[in-house]
Structure formats: C-alpha cells, structure tokens
Design a protein around this ligand. Structure first.
Ligand code: HAM
Length: 426
C-alpha cells in the first residue's frame, strides 16, 4: 500500500476535539465585534500579487521571502493572502464603501506565509482582523486598544501586555531613514547579508532583524522619537490620555516598528510571555497613506489583527476547555421502533434539541455504550414496547435517576428543562 498523503508542513487540520474551542472563540469574538459596531466583510483568499507588494512593501520579509505566489493559467501573478488589510482596503476602494460614511469592518479566516514553522508560527494561520476606515483618530486608535483589552477579559486571558509606539508621519520617517542610513553605513561590517541589502532600500527593516549577532547594533541605533514633529506627538499623547482614562495599561516601546511598511503614527502589539518566541497575539496600527498608495482616494485608517492559534494556545494553557456534546442520543431497535425513531428524531430536532441518531444497528447494550461515549446528557430509547405504546423512554446518562416512559412531547420538555437548569448552573 502507498503511504498516506500528509498535510503540507505548517498547515494544520483543526480536528473535531479542537473545533469546539474554535467555535466558542469565534462566537465570543462575533458578539464582541457587534458590541462595538463592526460589520463583517469577506474578501477572496487570493489577490493580484501587486496588491501585497504595493501595500506591505517590496523590501519586507513577507514580500521578499514568505508569499505563496503563483502564475495562474492566464499568466497572471497571484498570491495567497499573507494578511487582510491590503484586501480590505482594496475592497473598500473598489466598492466605494467610504462614499457616504466611514466604515468599521472585520474579517476572519486563514492567511498564508511561508515562514519556518514552529510553535505559534504556521504557514496557514488564522486572523481576526479589524479595520476602521475613514477615521483620522486618535479616538478610534484608542477604541481599538480598549476593545482588545475588553476581549482579553471576555476570553478570560490575563497578563497580555500592550506595547505602543508612534512612527510619526511620512516626513518624520524620511528624516529618520536618513539618520539610520548614516548610522548603519558607519557599521556596515556588523550587518548581515539581508541587512546590507536593505540598507539603501529600507533601512527601517534592519530594526526588525531577529539575528542575535545584530541586536547590540540595533539597540544602539538612533531612535525615531528624536525626529517626531508636534502633530505626531499630539496624536500620540491624545491616544495615551484616553487609554489612561479607560484604565488600559501600556508600555511605550520605542523599538516597535512592525514588519509591514504601511504604518504611520500609532503602532502597537499585544504580547504574552507565555508563548515562547512567538509572543505577539495581536498587532496593528494606523495606515493613513495606504488608500492613496493603492491608487484610491486618500482616507485615514487604522486597524489590527489577532492570531487565533496563539490566542487559543493561551486559552488552552489557562485550562479552558469547551466540550460539544449533543443533548440526546437516540437508541432504537426493531422494525417498527426504527420507523418511529426517524420521526421522533426529527420532531426533537425541530423543537431545538441536538440529537445524535444511532446508526449501524447492534444490541441495546452496545448502543447504550455509544450513547454514553457520545457525551450526551440523555438517551432516548425506542424498542418494540415503545413502538406499540407510542411513548419513548428517557434515561439520564449523567446522573443516577429512574428512567421514565413518556410521550415524545413530554420527553422534549424534560430534556429542555434539564438544559435550562444546566445553563443556570454554568
Ligand atoms: P501582523 O503583525 O503581520 O499584522 O499579524 C498580526 C498577528 O497575526 C500577529 O500578531 C500574530 O498573532 C499573527 N500571526 C502572524 N503571522 C503568523 C504566523 N505565521 N503564524 C501564526 N500567527 C501569526 C498584520 O497582519 C496586519 N494586517 C495587522 C493590521 C490590521 N494592521 C492594521 N490592520
């Protein structure tokens, strides 16, 4: 026999045992986004390569090394999306979404980066992305940070640290670029190959380098803060003032530059020290130049994206587990009983009860074992006696109690009542 074909490295299946935690996470996230007035948008998983090159930046790790880029059958270069902001801005511009009013939008789904897989870093990973388009801030920048803090609370996550920084406007960064260039030119010998190449194209990217041999050089590099103008400082100060009032703790990290080129003014990352090297669970900032950069009418914007796998790892670590079990498992045997069972099963589901119908036959005893293993709270049993009387037997699988023989309607009422009590106790 040939070997089983394996999944692609860095791209995982989400198995049924893990899926309930994903579902619970996604349900919480949807409620949270609704509470802040954000509406869903769904973009294609594939875009023209040019979109990412022009937005994320030609001289970035993502565009230089990590994109899944193909030539399609029409000879066009297309790329599996490595992130969602570029597509979201493209969609907003293409469909004139900002014509009448600014937009609060979100998207969820897989992103693709050909990185070296390790714990918390995958080649297919999932993001929840949030974008506020058409807002100059800093109020909306603050809204994003306040809403993240609220989400960590809803998810029961503690110890996620907020780091913020400002990158100023384009002129600030142009001045800073010159100073960095001068500094790194003077230390050319200390630069690795990547950084030498980036020196003249995008020296700020050298600050992103994870190469341990370069950390001392990077640490001693000039800081952008010395170049900041009054408007950038005022924006940053106003943001901090709202955060202080809201009780959202933060630290200023002057080294935080982000790995994508489209940012200006506010940038931020939420980090946890419980995730090893991949510490950022959520990151983003302001990108006022991106609409114009993509050829659209200029519009200010800001947003962030969180890494779902990393947040779920934190949730699992804090011993949060979610089990999805049906309310009832229907055990049945006998020709007439089987026919009745199909009817009762649909009647119960129509009444809102999740029910697994036993398939595959077998003795009552073996079916009851399967009912127990399913995690269901009740077994609903239909045999020849029930087929004759029109009643069903309801047996609790989770606590010691007498089994009862009742009408299907009565069985529905009992299972519902038990669920209501369980919900109250939870
Ligand atoms: P990013 O920092 O590249 O930003 O990604 C955001 C988050 O996605 C990271 O903080 C991390 O949690 C998660 N993430 C990134 N790469 C991986 C990976 N290979 N495996 C697992 N998780 C990963 C963006 O993507 C921007 N689009 C965020 C944004 C939205 N800025 C403005 N609006």
């Amino acid at each position: 026999m040939s070997e089983i074909i394996q999944s692609i490295r860095g791209m995982s299946d989400i198995l049924p045992d893990q899926a309930p935690l994903w579902d619970a996470f996604e349900a919480t996230v949807r409620d949270w986004l609704r509470a802040y007035g954000y509406r869903a948008i769904r973009m294609p998983l594939v875009e023209k390569t040019e979109l990412f090159v022009r937005s994320i930046g030609e001289v970035t790790d993502i565009v230089e090394k990590e994109m899944y880029t193909f030539t399609d059958l029409n000879g066009e270069s297309i790329t599996l999306r490595p992130e969602g902001t570029a597509s979201c801005v493209r969609a907003a511009a293409e469909h004139h979404l900002l014509y009448n009013a600014p937009q609060r939008l979100y998207y969820t789904g897989p992103m693709f980066r050909h990185e070296k897989p390790q714990k918390g870093r995958y080649r297919q990973f999932h993001q929840v992305g949030v974008e506020a388009l058409g807002f100059p801030g800093p109020d909306v920048d603050a809204e994003h940070l306040i809403m993240c803090a609220a989400l960590w609370q809803r998810l029961g996550l503690q110890d996620i640290e907020l780091q913020i920084n400002t990158l100023g406007d384009a002129q600030v960064r142009a001045r800073y670029r010159l100073r960095l260039l001068e500094y790194f030119e003077g230390h050319r010998d200390g630069l690795d190959e990547d950084s030498q190449r980036r020196l003249h194209t995008n020296p700020m990217r050298i600050l992103d380098s994870k190469n341990p041999a370069m950390q001392a050089l990077i640490e001693a590099a000039p800081r952008l803060h010395d170049d900041l103008d009054d408007a950038s400082l005022a924006h940053f100060e106003a943001l901090q003032s709202i955060l202080r009032d809201a009780g959202v703790a933060y630290v200023i990290n002057p080294r935080l530059v982000r790995g994508l080129d489209y940012y200006n003014y506010t940038v931020f990352e939420w980090v946890s020290d419980r995730l090893g090297a991949q510490s950022a669970v959520c990151a983003g900032g302001r990108y006022d130049g991106l609409f114009a950069q993509l050829g659209a009418k200029p519009a200010p914007a800001c947003g962030f994206a969180m890494g779902v796998e990393r947040l779920l790892a934190l949730m699992a670590e804090s011993a949060q587990s979610v089990v999805a079990a049906p309310a009832a498992y229907l055990v049945h045997s006998g020709v007439q009983a089987d026919r009745m069972a199909w009817r009762v099963a649909e009647q119960m589901r129509a009444a809102g009860i999740d029910l697994v119908f036993h398939c595959g036959g077998g003795s009552f005893k073996s079916q009851m074992k399967k009912a127990d293993a399913s995690g269901a709270r009740f077994a609903v049993i239909i045999g020849d006696d029930e087929a004759a009387s029109g009643k069903v037997v309801v047996k609790s699988l989770r606590e010691v109690s007498e089994q009862v023989s009742v009408s299907a309607e009565e069985a529905i009422a009992r299972i519902r009542d038990a669920r209501a009590v369980a919900d109250i106790e939870a």
